[in-house]
Design a protein around this ligand. Structure first.
Ligand SMILES: [Zn+2]
Length: 250
C-alpha cells in the first residue's frame, strides 16, 4: 500500500491538506513518542500534531536521559522547558506568576505522545521528566473521541492537548494585553509572549475531526463489506452495525 511520506497514512487517506496553514503558536512542542506508538500511526495523533504545528518535533525513545537531541533542547538557554503533566504544583494559564517565571524565554513543552499505558512506562523509564516544571490545564476537558484502548475519560489525545494548551495561553495573553494601559507598557511587560496571540489553533481540531471521521467511515465500510477485512474472515465485524458519523464531524 502506498503511503504518504508526511502523515504516514495510506495515500487515499492522507490528511495533510488539513494541516495547512501550519500553526505558528510561538511555543516549541516536543512530542516524546513511545517506540510502540511510532508503530501505531493509525490511531496516534502525534504525527498529525507535528504536521500542524510549525515549531514542533517528535523524539522517539524509551530512555531520554542519553538521547542527544532531548538533552540539547533541555540545555538550550533560549527555552523554558516544561513538562505537560498534571500535578499540584503544575503551572496553569490561571496560576499567577507563570509568565514572570518564563521571563521572556520561549516556552518548550514536552508532551508524552503515548497511550495511557505507555505514558506510564515512559515516566518509569524517565523519572527526570517529572522533575521539570510542569504545566497543566486550568479547565477540564474530555476527548471528542475516546479510543477504545484508553481507560480514563480524561485522557485526551496529543492533538487535543496541544490545542487546549494553546487556547488557554491565548486567553491568558489577551487578558494581559487588555489590562495594560498602553502598548508601550505592553511591550515592556511582554518581551516575549507565552503564545503567539494571533495564532489560530483550529486546524489542530479540524485535522483531528477529519481523522476520526475517516476512521469511523473505514470501520463502517468494513462492516458493510465495501472494504475488505484485514483478515480472510474477520469475525470482529460479523455482528456489528455501522455507526452513525456524529454531526460535529461534518
Ligand atoms: Zn499525508
Amino acid at each position: 500500500m502506498a503511503r504518504c511520506l508526511n502523515c504516514f497514512r495510506a495515500i487515499s487517506h492522507c490528511l495533510c491538506e488539513y494541516a495547512k496553514p501550519e500553526i505558528d503558536s510561538g511555543i516549541k512542542f516536543v512530542l516524546l513518542m513511545h517506540p510502540k506508538e511510532a508503530k501505531h500511526q493509525r490511531t496516534g495523533t502525534g504525527r498529525l500534531t507535528h504536521l500542524a504545528l510549525k515549531d514542533s518535533e517528535i523524539i522517539v525513545g524509551l530512555d531520554y536521559s542519553k538521547n542527544q537531541r532531548f538533552n540539547e533542547l533541555l540545555n538550550d538557554p533560549q527555552y523554558f522547558a516544561v513538562m505537560m503533566y498534571p500535578g499540584e504544583d503544575a503551572w496553569t494559564a490561571k496560576k499567577e506568576g507563570f509568565k514572570e517565571t518564563v521571563a521572556g524565554r520561549k516556552l518548550l513543552v514536552f508532551v508524552l505522545d503515548a497511550t495511557w499505558f505507555c505514558s506510564r512506562k515512559l515516566i518509569e523509564h524517565n523519572p527526570q521528566l517529572l522533575t521539570l516544571p510542569r504545566v497543566s490545564f486550568h479547565g477540564q476537558y474530555r476527548s471528542i473521541f475516546t479510543f477504545k484502548r484508553e481507560p480514563k475519560p480524561e485522557y485526551i489525545s496529543t492533538i487535543e492537548t496541544c490545542y487546549y494548551l494553546i487556547k488557554e495561553l491565548k486567553d491568558l495573553e489577551s487578558g494581559i494585553s487588555q489590562t495594560a494601559v498602553s502598548s508601550e507598557q505592553t511591550s515592556l511587560q511582554n518581551p516575549h509572549p507565552l503564545v503567539n496571540p494571533d495564532c489560530d489553533p483550529e486546524p489542530l481540531m479540524n485535522i483531528f475531526k477529519a481523522m476520526i471521521k475517516d476512521q469511523l467511515q473505514c470501520e463502517n465500510d468494513r462492516i458493510s463489506g465495501k472494504l475488505p477485512s484485514v483478515y480472510a474472515h474477520d469475525w470482529k465485524y460479523d455482528d456489528r452495525k455501522a455507526r452513525e458519523i456524529p454531526d460535529y464531524l461534518e
